[in-house]
Design a protein around this ligand. Structure first.
Ligand code: GLY
Length: 279
């Protein structure tokens, strides 16, 4: 959803800026594909995924398919700082959360309960809906940050609306939904997670910058390769965005215009990236 080239907002460091920014998004029920009040899975349960990566030392943490815990971006960071692992999943991630002071709570809002009831009453067969429920670009929240040559990336999502229980997308996968390396830059993705994961979109964009491409050219390269090799990439909206260690950024999409929000030196800006007709 957004990229920021500024850290230190409210006096926070780079990683904490991304963590607290995403935590605020997770608590906001108006964002319906992230955190509390997001669209649940086919069983009517909200399952959350999140990840973050520090480009300084390549440390990373992620959680997936987590129920009744919010904000999961803070849990992902605890995986990074308190365990030797990169990811904890499902009930065992919840167990880790409870061991670390989180409390279980319902993340369903009244509005989402109503939406779920309406969906359940009208679906034709159990999972056919997934073809018709592709999230638009803006709902997963992925943030990039750059401060004095240090880069970081973080993402949080509830995944595809009405997803099959247990389904995990690109957002918590290091290399797919996010990647950061101070020696090259950082990148993130939103949209159809299966295609972005298949294309290892974020790692590929960072590696393209390492080879010398600008962030915009790196994103164009990744999206063009996805469109060339992945039949589903044109069918579903996918976006990759990237930032180098100078704070220069770019983005590219397979389908549908995408709004990239940028916070730089106290100014907020929004730039729309449309699909290129002749990639
Ligand atoms: N990109 C978010 C997801 O597919 O889960």
């Amino acid at each position: 959803m957004s990229a920021t080239t500024a850290a230190g907002q409210r006096g926070l460091g780079l990683l904490d800026t991304l963590i607290e920014g995403l935590a605020a998004c997770e608590e906001d029920p108006s964002l319906i594909l992230v955190g509390r009040g997001s669209i649940p899975n086919a069983d009517g349960e909200i399952e959350l995924d999140a990840s973050l990566m520090d480009g300084s030392d390549l440390s990373a943490g992620a959680v997936c398919a987590v129920r009744n815990i919010c904000p999961v971006i803070r849990l992902a960071n605890l995986v990074r700082v308190k365990t030797p692992h990169l990811m904890l999943a499902g009930d065992q991630a919840v167990r880790f959360a409870l061991e670390n002071g989180f409390e279980k709570r319902s993340l369903m809002t009244e509005e989402i309960v109503r939406k779920y009831d309406a969906w359940r009453d009208h679906r034709e067969t159990e999972f056919t809906h997934i073809e018709h429920a592709v999230p638009h670009h803006g709902d997963t929240v992925t943030m990039l940050g750059c401060e004095s040559g240090r880069v970081a990336a973080a993402s949080s999502t509830s995944g595809w609306p009405w997803k099959r229980p247990g389904r995990v997308g690109d957002s918590p996968i290091i290399g797919a939904g996010i990647y950061a390396d101070n020696e090259a830059g950082c990148a993130g993705a939103t949209g159809a997670g299966e295609e972005l994961w298949r294309g290892v979109a974020s790692f590929r964009a960072v590696e393209a910058m390492r080879r010398g491409l600008s962030p915009q050219d790196a994103c164009d390269f990744v999206i063009n390769e996805m469109l060339r090799r992945q039949p589903g990439a044109a069918k579903y909206p996918c976006v990759v965005f990237a930032m180098n260690t100078e704070g220069e950024y770019g983005a590219a999409v397979t389908r549908d215009p995408f709004e990239l929000w940028v916070w730089k030196d106290g100014e907020i800006d929004m730039k729309v990236f449309a699909p290129k007709l002749n990639p």
